[in-house]
Design a protein around this ligand. Structure first.
Ligand code: SAM
Length: 208
């Protein structure tokens, strides 16, 4: 499979090139019977074009805070895939989520990568509150990123990364898996899988 190359002068995240294949392996299985994915915090849009190209049965809806939308649109335009509608503005803290962009008003899947440790905790709470209305019954939600387990870092590199994050923005930081799972549980999502990923990351998979 050939993934579209970055359009000139558009944002590029080297990490996406490194983590996209291991994540795709998880998503292929978890989204096999899904139809409409809402991606939160799509970043550059690189993941979206890679995953939408590899899983053509999905309609992959990118979303981001407004400043990122033009970069995502450039990636989507270059790829010209039939299953990537235009990106929508979504700050998870906003009251009204763009659920009307789903064909039947709700998404049956959600995906987000490397966002929960960037958001402040109130935004992480807002993210799950928004998913409560954005997700259909029986939806699948996959979150990729670093997590602490049992109140502890899972690696020295994650401890260092957490220190770096907090020095940059004290509201950010690696989240406790159990605290995030409690938010998910509060909106009817049950943890199905906790998959170890390269570089001390995880894919958490919930189902409604
Ligand atoms: C480290 S980047 C990850 C981007 C992309 N998902 C990836 O894996 O390359 C974190 C992203 O989270 C987004 N983000 C942070 N706070 C957000 C919020 N309140 N609502 C929506 N997105 C947010 C940022 O705009 C940024 O693009």
């Amino acid at each position: 499979m050939t993934t579209p190359q970055p359009p000139r002068d558009t944002p590029f995240a080297p990490a996406c090139d490194r983590n996209r294949e291991p994540i795709l392996e998880v998503l292929r299985a978890q989204f096999e019977h899904r139809r409409q994915v809402l991606e939160i915090g799509s970043g550059t849009g690189q993941h979206a074009v890679h995953f939408a190209a590899a899983m053509p049965w999905l309609r992959w809806q990118t979303s981001e805070r407004p400043a990122h939308l033009s970069g995502i649109a450039a990636w989507l335009d270059e790829a010209a895939l039939p299953n990537t509608p235009s990106p929508v503005a979504l700050d998870v803290a906003q009251a009204d989520w763009p659920v009307s962009t789903a064909a039947d008003g709700r998404f049956d899947a959600a995906f987000t990568a490397n966002t929960l440790h960037i958001m402040g905790w109130p935004d992480v709470e807002a993210c799950f509150a928004g998913l409560h209305t954005a997700l259909a019954d029986s939806a699948t939600c996959v979150v990729y990123g670093p997590f602490n387990v049992g109140g502890a870092y899972t690696s020295d590199s994650n401890r260092d990364f957490d220190g770096w994050l907090k020095a940059r923005d004290p509201r950010s930081g690696i989240r406790d898996l159990e605290a995030v799972d409690a938010l998910a549980s509060g909106i009817g999502l049950r943890l199905q899988d906790d998959i170890a990923m390269p570089s001390n990351n995880r894919c958490l998979v919930w189902r409604r």
